[in-house]
Write a protein of this length. Sequence first.
Length: 407
Amino acid sequence: MRSIMQDIQSEFQRFVDSRTENLLIVPCEPDHSALLFKVLEALDDDPESLDIFLIFGHLFTDPGQYVREIPPIISIQLAGVNQELVKRGELALPTPPAELTDESQKPSPRLVGLMRYVESLVKDERRVIWVFFPLEIDAANPYAELVNYVYDELKTGSLRMTKLIVRDGAISPNLERGLGGQPNVKIYRPELDPESLEKKLNEKANDPRLPMEEHAQIQMMLAGFDVAHQRYDMALARNLELADYFGRAGQQHQQAIVLNNIGDLHYTQNKFSEAQTWYERAINLSVGLKSEPLVMYQSFNLGNALLMQNSFADALIYYGAMEQLARASNLPVQQIQALEQMGTANYRMGKPAEAAERWEKAVELSRGLKFEEGERTNLERLRDLYRELGDARRLSVCNAALADLKS
């Protein structure tokens, strides 16, 4: 994965270093944008780089709304810079002029004004790269008009040290249709949809120059693709190889994760006894590492494997461990999940009172969190239980609570 991120970073850096290009259009769907965000953040955080990246990923509904949310983001970053300047005994940078936050003015000129203001603060030939990367674009044409306005300004050369990177749709590339082929514009299609990404990973996996650690990371991702396509034998082979590698390398944390993944593979195929064996190996390793997050997660998985084999008492032990760890770590959602399964195990053991107690507690926690899914699921379990028991009073309370949720 590191090498794929480096490839993306190289594409961005080539654009930044270009003497002619000042607009980079990146057609990419929101679901496939996580790697791009990571790379952009890495470029911004690079201590050896003098370039400044200003990334705006908020929703675009109209130009006024989008531009309105930019000055507060800049102000937060400016406050951090000024704090450091004051510590060094230097003068603080000036705040944006009032007209740049005056919403009675048109948003496009205000945005260009903000760009000029930021560029005026930057010295020593440093470049400012503005990144418009809204993961939701509700109005494609106004978005294109805003980008075109900024591009027209960039063409004049008045923003000498400013560049712009913008997200476009990959399925319906509105910006690419209008600006593709224009001077100073570059189109970069990263091809990060699952099919393309899997192809790239397979190509990287066959590179003999790849360090073993990165090869292992790629194999973990490819195993995930194998599972998604129900290639369970291939996924198992990869994970067995990974478990062996991490064991020999002394990377026990990674080894515990892979052992759990092997358990998941068996669980997915309804091989619950085999899943139990691998979950037990994983949790034993995690306990030795004193990794509470891994122990908590793997306890839940082991509890589920035992529950599916009707080993209710043993399942309760692991659900109880998860509930305690979640409570101690202040992770209420995980605590709710454990309580729900504890209730299920108690019910199937023929202990309705204990089941009701766990589900009532899960409802109480969910309600406090305003976690409607958890509240609804456990109320439905309680409703069915009280109907079965003939408890009219509690059944009425459950139905009323469910009706409130629906309304």
